[in-house]
Write a protein that binds this ligand. Sequence first.
Ligand code: CP
Length: 312
Amino acid sequence: LQHLLSLDGLPREVLLQILDMAEPFLEVTEREVKKVPLLRGKSVFNLFFENSTRTRTTFEIAAKRLSADVINLNVSTSSTTKGESLLDTIDNLCAMNADMFVVRHASSGAPFLIARHLRERGLEHVHVVNAGDGRYAHPTQGLLDMYTIRHYKKDFSRLTVAIVGDVLHSRVARSEIAALTTLGVGELRVIGPKTLLPVGLEQFGARVFHDLRQGLRDVDVVMMLRLQNERMKGALLPSKEEYHQRFGLTPEKLALAKPDAIVMHPGPLNRGIEIDSSVADGPRSVILPQVTFGIAVRMAVMSLLAGQGAQA
Ligand code: CP
């Protein structure tokens, strides 16, 4: 694997290989000395053109635990503010011997553009990891979510998984649907208001619900999404109060799922809108373990791309 740009079309065996590779890295994160030398001598550039708390930080931790040198480009003080283009920025960082770019960008396709540019420049040894592009893909979030489900629930084929909320604007949902489909989930449900669900979800084998109570009945996994206001621009939307009343996850609605159902959320949370605090902080929530698993999964992805012997 040269780049990780999307989970669409990623073979099942590669997906499972990443999840399997992450297992021992989770143990590394619990050791007193948390470092392994797999990326020693490599330079990983974090390029976050859009804000992030979890993804940026866990990529940095993951790269450091692999012994890489990590450079966080501060976009707001970089020369992009003087009009320097994305690809000129990439060329200059390549001149500093970059080995990997971890890229978040508000524009869908930006990491693909960088990967193509590197190929055209003959820089095939430089890797790109998509850390979230527009509303298109967030592959490492999709992978850490699959890791979380497997950790708590084991066999995907026996599970009913519900994705709830603003699927239309969600790169996370797109990556989750791709991964769940590849892994052969038993039943995939997508729940949300008509205005926030894309058309054609049925072609991925999803059952579509516009009523949260109906959709949650007997599910094993509830994956909540936030309203992505920054990507909506003039969409016809319910008010926050109406949204909470119809699609907010409350203890009473969660009681319709299986008694051992887990609740996931990629973060950031909008408490009191898509999820109540009593659910987010409750016994069925695995929201914070998702963040911890994200370090191990990102270590696995970076090792697979650029670790010693990775391209042998
Ligand atoms: N889940 C996620 O992408 O969170 P951040 O935006 O904080 O990275």
